[in-house]
Design a protein around this ligand. Structure first.
Ligand code: MSP
Length: 684
């Protein structure tokens, strides 16, 4: 039996007929309540437009658009609750959205990447009170914490909307009035079990023992209120039709099934105001109630589109880019985005978003990581320890987008070391080292000439195209994998051709070796483009090592040739030209080292994690130090790190050993020159 019970101000007989026949219920309500509850004088009539979504999934579209007039690619993250500072779960959606936005920009699209904070409602007011501050002050602080984290994680958003922004409030009021004018709002009593953390009335069937919310594991509280309701039930049929006609509207497909089954089980009207909550936007014409936080926050996706110069009205906002191309959300808020939101938009006569993608959860010990459960990972700590590229790469590569994924520090370190430090970073570094030693860091021929008649070039082009298709399909982990395959292919090529031996032979062999290096460096150029949505700073450093300027990186485009006839977009081989001088080789991604400290009577010793500093793309190129203060404490770490490096570079170990012994003698005597020696080893 459902706990929630709606007490209409009407007879039992009418109530029964409402439950049995939602359409008659709706008719009854509109004729009996509208005029009584709302003052007359609101003559606004929502424009009658097609209710059906004009979905065009981006799936395999090869559209290449430029210019202001082109339809923008609008991608949104949820607007995060400011009850507490961000955690890794909240950062996850934003990292994914940023990678998608960066990829779309590389395709030449005009992108509007929207994120922001959800600042109204009971949950926020309670958090502010608990922290001893007023809600506005509290929201300012936490909202700022989100912005700072996005900055640290290299998130390049275009719009940051706060739901306490007066422009947003104006949009919500106008939207509410449209829905009201469409006869979709009525007043009724409601009694049910409320989860404050979800900000949602729950059905008893969904709850665990003691009426606990399955997401937050906290008991839901009984509530009885006199509220305004949105006539969701009226949109059951249109929603069914939209989902049937646009199967890509909700993704992944297993989430679509979930949504379809909710709708099939019957949609119930939901309450869109709160009588007991002050911290919110007042209901137009009834300031004793505030608008339900979800009815308010979803509108942030539209109000975010307003330009500073715009009047805060729906028309201006909508004309700046609505409908959104993609709402990225976690699976827990799917019902709001795939059921409530489309119905609200239909009611207001606005277009529906093109796609809603519900990803999985980051879990810790199998439980959703969250502020309410207190089992979070601090993204700031991860970024401080490992850097933004490692954090972004790990979560996008390791968690298949759509599924849940568990975090473990060991796995994190293994993955980023193997992929970013070894496969990519070391390939670049040793190639540049060889080029410096044998060719004065200068490319001997154009990369297109170097690769003539070589299958390797086709392999790289095939893999980069594979990566593009995966990005288009939001298969971010597979996109990373395709890029990594390019790196693996490069390493195999080096192992097979052994340019270090060819150089020693001289003559034609020397020439062949010089061309091999050009081929690998062109491969690195392509990797720098293809991985830049995921690891932008790392790719900037790779690009800088290839002798390009910062501006050239900022103007990179996935597309170098566009064959509209064949409808093929390719990242073309052949960007690097003969005569181009490479930068001084510097490590672009330093390995993370795990060192056991204080081995103690067999007990698990605490681990210390060290990441050497990689060379920044900007900054003094001539500086040979690694930026690590060398103290007596750090010397054992350097020793171990060198030993590990040697194990990973079999082919280079002969060259490294003399330098290592020089370094060891420097270390033992703490002589100056230690930085120089370390740098030399890395250069190799
Ligand atoms: N304020 C609402 C969204 C309103 S959108 C108009 C909200 N906020 S939230 O801060 O609770 O969650 C924001 C997003 O973070 C949701 O998509 C949620 O799924 C996501 N995550 C929160 N914890 C998460 C994990 N542990 N893992 C992955 N994502 C998770 O809901």
């Amino acid at each position: 039996m459902a706990v929630a019970r709606m007490n209409m101000n009407c007879s039992i007989q009418s109530s029964l007929s409402c439950i049995l026949k939602p359409s008659s219920f709706f008719n009854f309500r509109t004729t009996h309540f509208r005029n009584r509850v709302f003052p007359t004088g609101n003559n606004f009539v929502a424009p009658k437009r097609s209710l059906l979504c004009t979905c065009s999934s981006n799936g395999n579209s090869n559209a290449f658009q430029t210019g202001e007039k082109a339809e923008p690619f609008v991608v949104t993250t949820p607007l995060y609750y400011v009850n507490a500072p961000p955690h890794m779960g909240s950062a996850y959606t934003t990292i994914a959205a940023d990678a998608i936005a960066r990829f779309q920009r590389l395709l030449g699209k005009r992108v509007v990447f929207i994120t922001g904070t959800d600042e109204h409602g009971e949950k926020i007011a309670t958090a502010a009170a608990a922290g001893g501050s007023g809600p506005r002050e509290h929201c300012d602080v936490i909202s700022q914490a989100y912005k700072m984290l996005w900055n640290d994680l290299d998130i390049a958003y275009d719009k940051f909307i706060r739901t306490t922004d007066p422009k947003h409030e104006a949009i919500v009021e106008e939207f509410y009035s449209r829905v009201l004018a469409n006869d979709d709002i009525y007043r009724a009593d409601y009694e049910g079990l409320y989860c404050v953390n979800c900000e949602e009335y729950k059905d008893e069937k969904e709850l665990l023992e003691n009426n606990c919310c399955p997401t937050h594991l906290k008991p839901c509280v009984p509530r009885k209120e006199d509220n305004y309701f949105f006539a969701l039930s009226k949109y059951q049929k249109p929603l069914e039709e939209i989902l049937a006609q646009n199967p890509d509207f909700v993704q992944p497909s297993y989430r679509l099934n979930e949504v379809q089954s909710w709708i099939k089980n019957g949609l119930r009207d939901f309450s869109i105001s709160r009588a007991a909550v002050d911290w919110g936007i007042p209901v137009p014409n009834d300031n004793k109630q505030t608008i339900y936080v979800w009815f308010d926050a979803l509108l942030g996706y539209i109000s975010a589109l307003l330009e500073d110069k715009d009047q805060p009205n729906l028309q201006s906002a909508v004309s700046s880019g609505w409908p959104a191309s993609l709402h990225l959300i976690g699976k827990d808020i799917l019902r709001f985005h795939a059921v409530y939101w489309p119905a609200m938009l239909m009611s207001a006569g606005l277009s529906l978003p093109k796609r809603v993608f519900g990803h999985g959860f980051l879990t810790k010990d199998g439980m959703k990581m969250g502020k309410s459960l207190g089992n979070t990972i601090e993204p700031n700590e991860l970024v401080d320890k490992f850097g933004a590229d490692a954090v972004r790469y790990f979560f996008l590569r390791e968690v298949e987008f759509g599924n849940d994924g568990d975090y473990s520090e060991d796995r994190f370190i293994n993955i980023v070391n193997a992929h970013l430090a070894n496969t990519i970073g070391n390939l670049l570094n040793r190639t540049l080292g060889l080029l410096k030693k044998n060719c004065q860091s200068t490319l001997v021929v154009d990369s297109s000439i170097a690769a003539e008649g070589k299958e390797f070039k086709d392999t790289v082009e095939r893999l980069v195209e594979k990566a593009r298709i995966h990005y288009e399909n939001l298969a971010l982990s597979s996109a990373c994998e395709a890029v990594l395959e390019i790196g693996n292919a490069g390493n195999l090529y080096m192992d097979k051709h052994q340019p270090w031996s060819l150089f020693k032979q001289g003559g034609d062999a020397f020439e062949a070796a010089a061309k091999d290096l050009v081929i690998i460096l062109e491969t690195m150029r392509i990797i720098a483009i293809a991985l830049s949505p995921v690891a932008p700073s790392l790719c900037r450093r790779i690009h800088a090592q290839l002798g390009y300027s910062e501006d050239q990186f900022d103007n990179l485009n996935w597309v170098h040739t566009l064959s509209l006839f064949l409808n093929i977009v390719k990242t073309k081989w052949g960007g690097l030209k003969g005569g181009q001088v490479m930068a001084q080789p510097k490590p672009v991604f330093a390995r993370i080292e795990q060192i056991k400290e204080n081995e103690n009577g067999g007990a698990e010793a605490p681990k210390k994690v060290v990441k050497k500093k990689e060379e920044k793309a900007t900054g003094s190129r001539g500086d040979r130090s690694l930026g690590v203060p060398i103290s007596e404490d750090s010397l054992p770490l350097i020793e171990i790190s060198l030993t590990l490096s040697i194990h990973h570079h079999d082919d280079t170990s002969t060259a490294i050993y003399p330098r290592v012994s020089m370094l060891r003698s420097c270390i033992s005597g703490m002589k100056s020159g230690v930085c120089e020696a370390i740098s030399e080893v890395y250069v190799w």
